[in-house]
Design a protein around this ligand. Structure first.
Ligand code: PLP
Length: 455
């Protein structure tokens, strides 16, 4: 008890957490987790919670996997680290690159490793600029991104993350370089417009932007197949294919940020090809690639791009790299994750149970403060509204998302609130019982919140 209190106090006094709201942190401090097993985490009193978020969209295989832990320990004993710079390397990084080429779609047969999703997106931009320069297209620098997207937290990737670009323009050069397109949020499309009309609007706006800026200044389009942190935003049907058509027409690279959607969350190793019928030039991966057991990001790119890199003149250097690119212990964790996913047919389990999760959560639509339940498989979101018909929001001070998440927490379920949204992204080993428990707990949490707000 004393130890737990001391840890809580130490956290409050000394630790700056990612994404801190200082007023709220000062008042509440942090919820410290001291153990985890399977789909559950335990607080410092030993109380059990069902983890509806898989940590932060990442512990896809659940906690306490001895095979992954053993792979990590074994590699750390053999050789914990060696430099990854060119001319040297390690066996796990080479093996993992080959495995990723095997499971990635199309001709995505090459990979650059980083320390997480942000550094992977950041590195992708550097690779893309390098690639276009080698092709003699050095003006192709601009990046098309979507409002509501999330691509990371480095200086550049933060400014590539839709809402943040608009809210906090960072450097002028970046806001010029980063061009934000309308969010493809089908639920919040303009009033009176049907889904097909909304799709036409998105595509025509994108084409107009390309033409007004000049296609010869645009390097790449970045998008999550299904947006995660922006609120599990589902684009209109056919969106990705038409965007890809525009990218091809104007020689713009299509980057699919699969940091969340990859590694089984939508029932495939990568959602781009198998779920959405896309052929991206680059896929970004992180999170589930090691089931969250180690920090790893990957830029997975095409033979077509590699052909250009292979033809680089002698003086050309790709000067992007990290001490921990392809860290052997991290790569060992990823190799163990891929092995386990295939041996246990995790993707098949998600394809079978994901639709049940969707159906269970959609049943919440009979509560009058639930406006939308959307997403796919084990990546879902519940949007709370003050009025189901008009989609009007509660006032920000009602803090509806936090209230629902807090009630869920009291009831033993970890869910994440983002504004008026509740996001769910559980470990992929969720069973029908876990699905039913999540839906029932959330129903109770939303009902309690409704009572608070209507009181
Ligand atoms: N891209 C997407 C789609 C993400 O959801 C995230 C993190 O949530 C990132 C990139 C950044 O990854 P990381 O936090 O590992 O740097």
């Amino acid at each position: 008890e004393d130890e737990a209190k001391a840890a809580w106090e130490a956290d409050r006094q000394h630790l700056l957490h990612p994404w801190t709201n200082f007023a709220s942190f000062k008042e509440r401090g942090s919820f410290l987790v001291s153990g985890a097993r399977g789909v559950h985490v335990y607080d410092t009193t030993g109380r059990q919670y069902l983890d509806g978020m898989a940590g932060l969209w990442c512990v896809n295989l659940g906690y306490g996997r001895e095979d992954i832990v053993e792979a990590i320990a074994d590699q750390a004993r053999r050789m914990p680290y060696f430099t990854p710079f060119v001319d040297v390397g390690s066996l796990p990084a080479a093996d993992l690159a080959k495995e990723i080429a095997r499971i990635a779609p199309g001709d995505l047969n090459h990979v650059f490793f980083t320390c997480g999703g942000s550094t992977a997106n950041d590195s992708a931009v550097r690779l893309i600029h390098f690639y276009h320069a080698l092709r003699g297209k050095k003006d192709k620098r601009r990046l098309l991104v979507q409002m509501d997207s999330y691509h990371g937290s480095t200086y550049l990737t933060h400014s590539m993350s839709g809402r943040h670009t608009a809210r906090s323009p960072l450097l002028n050069f970046e806001t010029e370089m980063v061009q934000t397109l309308r969010s493809p949020n089908t639920y919040r499309r303009p009033e009176g417009m049907d889904e097909a009309g909304f799709l036409d609007l998105l595509i025509s706006e994108m084409e107009e932007r390309i033409l007004s800026l000049g296609a010869d200044t645009i390097a790449a389009f970045f998008a999550e197949p299904l947006m995660g942190a922006g609120g599990v935003i589902v684009p209109p049907r056919g969106y990705h294919a038409r965007v890809q058509g525009l990218c091809r027409k104007y020689d713009i690279l299509y980057v699919s940020d699969e940091v969340v959607t990859g590694f089984g969350r939508l029932g495939h190793f990568f959602a781009s090809a198998e779920h959405f019928g896309l052929e991206p030039d680059i896929i970004i991966s992180a999170k589930g690639i090691t089931s969250g057991y180690q920090p790893l990001g990957a830029v997975i790119y095409s033979d077509r791009m590699q052909a250009v890199l292979n033809a680089a003149p002698e003086e050309a250097w790709f000067t992007n790299g990290f001490t921990y690119s392809g860290h052997p212990v991290v790569c060992a964790a990823a190799l163990a994750t891929i092995r386990a996913m295939e041996a246990e047919d995790i993707c098949g389990h998600v394809r079978e149970n994901g639709p049940k999760f969707e159906t269970a959560l959609k049943s919440l639509l009979d509560i009058d403060i639930v406006g939308d339940v959307r997403g796919s498989h084990f990546m879902m979101c519940v949007e709370a509204v003050a009025d189901q018909k008009t989609k009007e929001l509660f006032a920000p001070k009602a803090d509806v998302g936090h209230r629902i998440a807090d009630h869920a927490h009291e009831l033993g379920l970890i869910a994440r609130s983002i504004g008026n949204l509740i996001v769910l992204s559980p470990p992929l080993i969720f069973t029908e019982d876990h699905i039913a428990e999540t839906a029932a707990t959330l129903r109770e949490a939303i009902t309690r919140t409704r009572a608070d707000l209507k009181a």
